[in-house]
Design a protein around this ligand. Structure first.
Ligand SMILES: [Zn+2]
Length: 47
């Protein structure tokens, strides 16, 4: 299972969550409970 970044299109909240290809999880924003969630594609950067 991998972790990816999500972004809420409703309130703009960004959070990290688990992503399982086999088991689709219904994504909801932990802040406003909106289901308008998009994957925020960010390249991992290590300092
Ligand atoms: Zn939200």
């Amino acid at each position: 299972m991998e972790e990816i970044d999500y972004k809420c299109m409703h309130c703009g909240n960004e959070y990290r969550g688990s992503f399982d290809k086999l088991i689709p999880i219904e994504r909801t924003c932990p802040k406003c409970n909106s289901n308008s969630i998009r994957r925020a594609k960010k390249k991992p950067r290590k300092p």
